[in-house]
Design a binder for this molecule. Structure first.
Ligand code: PLP
Length: 393
């Protein structure tokens, strides 16, 4: 059978292969620790569940506008005002089935065949595939480890062509956890405005920031940058609501309208009960978001030095999200492996620890460790990794 070339061009997820293997080993009775999680390990706060339940009992079980409830858009608008000082009207906001869906609608809306999207590496696995599905061409710029995986203005200038349509910014980043400073954002913003490049700012980890850092959206830096930026966000990571599938985009009215048209003919509205749960999530916030953030911060601070103490590991300290992205090249080479993928497979087979190889994120020398798991499990996993590396020296 002939499949569509767009869909055939999608690369299968590297994380899936390792997850499948980990499951297989677990099913055989092995004690496998998985550090691959891309979601908080807490349950959704109870007040959100309760509000969603009550909304259904009150009869909110029918279609809503495809782009989301007006009431929810207002609440999201209020959140932008309070958190970033940004004004967005309901017409400048669309509610989607998770941030992933927001990005998919956005790329399909803005990209003509062959137009280019600049994606810094390491990147979140779905960006390149989503761009390709939309007929676009991913153009990669290497965020160098010595520059904390951040791309520079010069690097951007070097790859801009007359086909460049958008630039993806993900701060804090999955998989590295690093954040751009205000100064860096300003410089990147200037280049994007100068070349009329749309900025897709994925701010899904906005609420998971550690130490003294503060979240800054590139859109809040000037009216021109607000006009040039589409902010993508959601409640999956902030409120531990990954399964509820609520995300959103804020930006130019004309783009939002087109995205809503597209949603109206594909998914229709995100689940109504999840939308009501999200209204409560923002309106009745009870401190849960901060408690979860603190738990992640404590884990990071407890495990970071232990990761560094593994022979052949080095790691940029993350400022947000819940991942560590150590460079393991030395351990891979000294262990006699020909690639990080191979090393990751052996680690799973022998030490029964599942981690995600960096190849899926465009960084072959690294692995991603998620600390969205209990400290106890994480520390046990690190001990096993340590022993595995030593046994291969
Ligand atoms: N953007 C980034 C950087 C992510 O890491 C994720 C989830 O892993 C998403 C977007 C998608 O989030 P959602 O679950 O809201 O679709």
């Amino acid at each position: 059978m002939n499949f569509s070339s767009r869909v055939s061009s999608i690369t299968p997820s590297t994380t899936l292969a390792i997850t499948a293997k980990a499951k297989e080993l677990k099913a055989q009775g092995h004690d496998v620790i998985g550090l691959g999680a891309g979601e908080p390990d807490f349950n959704t706060p109870e007040y959100i569940i309760e509000a969603s339940y009550q909304s259904m009992l009150a009869g909110h079980t029918k279609y809503t506008p495809a782009g989301g409830l007006a009431e929810l858009k207002k609440v999201i608008g209020k959140k932008f005002k309070e958190d970033q000082g940004l004004d967005y009207t309901p017409e400048e906001i669309i509610v989607t089935n998770g941030a992933k869906h927001a990005l998919a609608l956005l790329f399909q809306t803005i990209l003509e065949e062959g137009e280019e999207v600049i994606i810094p590496t390491p990147y979140w696995v779905s960006y390149p595939e989503q761009v390709k599905i939309s007929g676009g061409v991913p153009v990669y710029v290497e965020g160098k480890e010595e520059n904390e995986f951040k791309v520079t203005v010069q690097q951007l200038e070097n790859v801009i062509t007359d086909k460049t349509k958008a630039f993806i910014l993900n701060s804090p980043s999955n998989p590295t956890g690093v954040m751009y400073t205000e100064e860096e954002l300003r410089k990147i913003g200037e280049v994007c405005v100068k070349h009329n490049i749309l900025i897709v700012s994925d701010e899904i980890y906005e609420k998971l920031i550690y130490g003294e850092e503060k979240h800054i959206s590139i859109a809040q830096l000037s009216p021109e940058l607000k006009e040039q930026t589409l902010i993508v966000n959601g409640v999956s990571k902030s409120h531990s609501m990954t399964g509820w599938r609520i995300g959103y985009t804020a930006g130019r009215k004309d783009i939002i309208k087109m995205m809503s048209n597209l949603a109206s003919h594909t998914t229709s509205n995100p689940a109504v009960m999840a939308q009501y749960g999200t209204i409560a999530a923002y309106e009745q916030e009870d401190g849960s978001v901060e408690k979860m953030r603190q738990a992640f911060e404590e884990r990071l601070n407890t495990v970071f030095d232990k990761v560094l103490s593994i022979p052949g590991f080095s790691c940029v300290k993350p400022q947000g999200a819940f991942y560590l992205f150590p460079n393991v090249k030395k351990a891979v080479v000294s262990g006699g492996f020909s690639s990080t993928d191979e090393w990751v497979e052996a680690l799973l087979e022998e030490a029964k620890v599942a981690v995600v190889p960096g190849s899926g994120f465009g960084a072959d020398d690294n692995i991603r460790l998620s600390y969205a798991t209990s400290l106890e499990q994480f520390e046990e996993a690190l001990d096993r990794i340590h022993k595995f590396v030593e046994s291969r020296q």
